[in-house]
Design a protein around this ligand. Sequence first.
Ligand SMILES: CC(=O)N[C@H]1[C@@H](OP(=O)(O)OP(=O)(O)OC[C@H]2O[C@@H](n3ccc(=O)[nH]c3=O)[C@H](O)[C@@H]2O)O[C@H](CO)[C@@H](O)[C@@H]1O
Ligand SMILES: C=C(OP(=O)(O)O)C(=O)O
Length: 588
Amino acid sequence: MAPGATGASAAVARLARAPAAPRRVARARAPPPARARVAFRARAAVFSEEDAPSTRAASSRSARSSASSSSSSSSSSSSSSHGAADSGGYLAVSPCASLRGVVPIAGAKNAVLALLAGALACGDEVVLRDVPIGLADVRAMIDVLRSVGARVDVGGEDANTANTPSSGVVVVHARAEDLRASPSADAVAKLRASFFAAGPILARAGRVSMPLPGGCAIGARPVDLHLDGFRALGAVVEVTSRGVVEARAIARDGKLRGAGTHVMRFPSVGATHAIVMAASLAVGDTTIVNAAAEPEIEDLAAMLNASGAKIRGAGTSVITIEGVGVAGSGEKGDGGGGGTGRGGLGGCAHDAIPDRIEAGTMLVVAACVGSTLTLSPVIPEHMTATTALLIDAGCSIDVGDEVGGESKSKSNSNSNSNSTSRRRSMTITPPPRGGLRAVDFTTAPYPGVPTDMQPQLCVLNACAEGVAIVRETVFESRWSHVPELRRMGVECDFVDADGDDAVANANANANANAGRALRIVGVGARGLRRADVRGSDLRASAALIVAGLAGPTRVAGLAHLDRGYEGLDAKLRGVGADVERRPVPPRK
Ligand SMILES: CC(=O)N[C@H]1[C@@H](OP(=O)(O)OP(=O)(O)OC[C@H]2O[C@@H](n3ccc(=O)[nH]c3=O)[C@H](O)[C@@H]2O)O[C@H](CO)[C@@H](O)[C@@H]1O
Ligand SMILES: C=C(OP(=O)(O)O)C(=O)O
């Protein structure tokens, strides 16, 4: 425990502990595939509102599991920690012979959530564009910001419904004098990214009182790596028995100090976000080794740099941050970028990167239906792991000309554009239906195959000819789509599999999956069987909808979908799919 840490609660001790040494875990084999029960009759529960995930209960389950050490695991794939009741009805999806056209790709959910947290690090106005403001997670994150005193104005097209595509503008102004250190527990419980806000609040207010977050129920998801980072930056941290992280700067001036070299055990995306934001406002320098390299981190750094931060190496595994101090500290900050010249960050205008996971999902749609589709805009370099798999599966991918100029990140006080990712269109031409080949894959931190694409890529394999082996090394319980795919007639079982467990071993949480893999036997030209299914997390819901395009399906669990896909059903209809959102039918 860090010097000066108060309390020795069991939760803190567990959070501080390094994970147990990697070991092979004995596992029971998964039960044999459920035999078909005719879907619409047998699965009344799938469509009952009563079995919708309950907000409070699920959130507190998640909080407890978040508080547990990284060596513990929780099998929570059948429930959600998302706060929304499942009032979204279901999607009736019919198989379609062909699709055609251009799918608009929204700003990236996971980038936007980090950017909103990043705006709390800034003393002046931050204008964020390409924000999918219809997403439940974006709205919940805005609630988190408002609950700590930030002014947030939301504008742009079609800002009001979860299932309408939009391209919104959000203006955040988090003035130092208004900033409060205790976000609303209800808002925080709704999503994982809420915890990203702890870093900037701690750095600016000198303390934070942060409830443990929500998020998809796909694994234990502790926050120990975030807390290690705060301690390295000179904070004392404790987790109360009520599941609230209490952190405060040790220094009497209430400021964080540069951590020097901080090595992360695993390249956690969220912990990297949190440390980058907090270290930017610390006094002194920090180098994060084994940082996450995801594009969303590069995007956050671009926004912070345009506001006056001094971050180098974002998008690689070593990130160096020269802390500019907090406003009024007079310790650092030279007025460059959007900085205030008195320490602290200023403001900027920033366009969020396109959503590589939404785009990847649409590529799988095209592949499963066997139709050519164009997506726009995308940043192709962010998607290479996914596109390489699709090419192996027999698809061809063409990258088009630049669309809409380069991604912009413009400081309020000068015109230093520091992000140059090119947005383009991308066209996928798959083989005719039945011609897809199965592809083995293993998820891994960027630039590996994204875990957020794993369920959708399982569906790709379900639609292909042949047998695929899928390994998940990031989230131990991200398999909730598997029983639902079985209901759709896909043979899939967990099998022992050798391979490189290096990534899983670094991430003790995923050890439950070390040495085991999902074996999927594709249905090929036969197509999938009619079924009623329920998505139990965001990407599982999306994957099951994609599967429905190859076999008639009613997919419940839309509250998950609406967290992270803005108007997926409307976008699918826009290219010719037969997808209809319907209310929950009465119970029989
Ligand atoms: C809002 C957001 O951006 N969510 C993304 C983010 O989640 P998130 O930031 O939660 O994911 P992390 O990269 O932190 O988690 C990866 C692994 O590290 C473990 N871990 C994480 C933090 C920690 O303190 N201790 C620890 O052990 C987790 O349990 C998990 O097994 O990255 C994930 C990995 O690409 C994506 O699937 C999520 O969509
Ligand atoms: C897992 C995801 O989100 P979160 O981290 O917010 O649960 C996701 O976007 O797939």
